[in-house]
Design a protein around this ligand. Sequence first.
Ligand code: HEC
Ligand code: HEC
Ligand code: HEC
Ligand code: HEC
Ligand code: HEC
Ligand code: HEC
Ligand code: HEC
Ligand code: HEC
Ligand code: HEC
Ligand code: HEC
Length: 332
Amino acid sequence: MHVSFRLLLPFVLFAATLLSISFPDIAGSETLNCLECHNDIGKEQFVHSPFGAGECASCHQPQTGKRHPDDKGAVTPVEVGAKLCYMCHESLSGKKYVHAPVASGDCIACHNPHASSNAKLLKISGAPLCLTCHEDKFRHKFGHGPVEAGNCLVCHDPHQSDNRKLLKLGGAELCFSCHDRKGMTGKSVHAPVAKGDCVACHAPHGSNFRKLLRNNFPEPFYMSYDAENFSLCFGCHNRDIAADQRTDTNTNFRDGDRNLHYLHVNKPDRGRSCKTCHDPHAADQPKLIKKRIPGFGRWEIPINYEKNATGGTCTVGCHKPRSYDRSKAGDE
Ligand code: HEC
Ligand code: HEC
Ligand code: HEC
Ligand code: HEC
Ligand code: HEC
Ligand code: HEC
Ligand code: HEC
Ligand code: HEC
Ligand code: HEC
Ligand code: HEC
């Protein structure tokens, strides 16, 4: 943000006091030079302009008939809370979402009004400032790059935003400011990805699961089947998709009532992971089916998938096409 034209007003008003750094003492005839006694404050490297200019009176008002420091309340703030700051700064609470301490006018929770050894007059710099109020949520086995770097402000605005959670960009756009959007488009795009809801599956700060996932989803392509391995997917999809050898309801990937999810996935030794066939984000074939699936070693087998009203056909590598049909028994 920029400092508004209203900045000029107090400067003009206090131009006179600015030069002498003193006020007439209402009770007596002598003047009250603030820095004569308060020469120990504001010595830090980054100095707030009005403080540096000796404009104490733009924020502190000596009261008529009272003697400072003997009388209590002889010097009072010109305005309370954020109103004091908004005399010179543009309001920071016009947007849809306002950070709680900003909304309550507690600017000095984060800023020093006089001077600071941190840029932007911050009391503490970087993530430790945020963590004074937001502790404990940032301990994970796997931390996200920018969070690990303590860089909260690449994603959040400290004051306000039109995006929820004070985010600088909404939805997937935030993620795409650093991550390639390639791989997120295609003939079929997973519904949460299409909605920009990356955080449905990924925890933005860090996670105890790999790849910042919110739940289990294994690294290998083959393993002995356990529904627990795919808890991420089963958080939204029918957990029984691959549970039974025969079904009429649990999945559309079946030949008659023969469950082809079960056939491929539910094996005691080399059961397939979902990602041998499906891309979790998007793919160039229907139903998030990948163009290539892992073969032996580094070799990837091309897979051609065609879908029809009651089933589909897969042509895998150089083998003969295989079809399935939910309405009758297939070619197996
Ligand atoms: C004669 C010395 C003296 C002068 C001049 C003086 N102060 Fe103070 N001020 C004090 C002392 C002593 C205290 C109490 C310090 C403490 O409690 O730590 C104090 C406390 C304060 C406080 C905090 C407590 C309160 O009363 O609100 C503020 C704010 C303050 N002074 C502002 C000012 C400003 C602004 C000026 C110039 C207009 C000024 N002072 C001039 C001696 C002085
Ligand atoms: C931009 C507004 C602003 C200006 C300009 C300013 N102050 Fe303050 N000052 C404050 C605020 C706000 C507080 C209350 C801080 C707190 O409660 O932590 C404060 C607190 C103080 C205190 C109390 C002790 C402390 O450090 O918290 C003293 C003394 C003081 N100011 C003196 C001065 C003097 C002397 C000047 C001029 C050289 C000055 N101030 C200029 C806003 C200002
Ligand atoms: C009397 C006018 C005035 C008041 C009141 C005022 N400021 Fe400022 N502030 C300024 C000016 C002038 C600048 C310098 C603007 C610039 O460099 O663009 C500034 C700059 C800042 C900066 C940026 C410092 C930097 O290093 O970039 C912060 C943060 C800030 N003010 C916070 C506050 C807070 C918090 C309050 C209320 C406690 C406040 N200001 C009250 C005039 C004021
Ligand atoms: C939760 C902590 C926090 C609170 C509360 C807060 N600020 Fe800030 N403020 C920051 C941080 C962090 C920055 C530095 C932003 C950056 O570097 O991009 C900043 C920067 C600023 C700046 C410099 C201009 C800019 O945007 O870079 C001004 C002026 C400012 N704040 C004023 C205020 C005022 C006025 C309030 C109260 C209404 C306030 N702040 C409350 C954390 C806070
Ligand atoms: C003075 C305490 C304080 C500091 C410092 C602070 N916050 Fe907050 N913050 C709060 C409070 C209070 C809430 C509202 C309650 C909650 O959601 O925990 C909040 C909420 C949030 C939210 C959620 C907003 C929403 O709409 O749900 C975000 C994001 C956030 N803070 C980020 C930050 C960042 C980034 C920093 C450091 C620049 C920071 N906070 C520093 C007190 C603080
Ligand atoms: C890579 C971007 C990114 C970074 C960096 C980041 N956050 Fe967040 N933060 C988010 C997103 C996205 C959300 C919303 C999560 C959601 O919707 O579930 C969020 C939510 C929050 C919330 C609201 C409570 C919650 O957990 O949902 C707080 C508080 C918060 N962040 C603080 C911080 C702090 C403090 C830092 C720095 C240590 C930080 N964030 C760094 C992206 C980020
Ligand atoms: C400011 C840049 C930035 C933003 C914004 C960002 N990331 Fe990242 N992200 C990184 C960095 C840096 C890494 C670590 C790079 C690496 O290890 O390859 C990373 C890694 C990841 C990883 C892989 C973790 C792993 O273990 O390999 C995922 C998943 C991820 N980010 C998701 C997201 C999501 C979802 C969002 C949006 C909420 C997002 N990122 C926003 C910078 C960013
Ligand atoms: C339906 C859940 C889901 C959604 C929604 C989702 N992801 Fe992922 N993402 C995954 C899974 C699962 C993996 C790990 C794939 C694997 O095991 O190789 C992953 C991996 C990643 C990686 C790491 C890639 C690598 O090669 O290491 C990044 C970066 C990433 N996702 C970013 C995003 C972004 C950005 C969005 C939003 C546009 C998003 N994800 C939405 C499930 C999801
Ligand atoms: C946050 C919820 C969510 C998670 C987690 C999730 N999905 Fe989905 N998925 C959906 C929604 C919503 C749809 C579209 C509606 C439907 O068909 O049920 C969908 C559809 C699908 C489809 C059909 C795509 C199409 O084009 O019709 C496949 C395949 C799929 N998901 C696989 C997965 C896999 C594999 C995982 C785990 C890596 C997973 N999903 C995790 C929400 C989710
Ligand atoms: C051998 C390849 C293959 C594997 C492995 C596989 N799927 Fe599928 N999946 C398919 C095909 C093909 C369809 C499309 C069925 C149709 O609509 O005709 C499908 C459809 C789906 C659907 C849409 C709803 C339904 O059941 O028809 C979801 C959700 C889904 N799969 C999730 C998963 C999950 C979760 C895993 C891992 C536990 C997984 N798939 C493993 C090939 C596979």
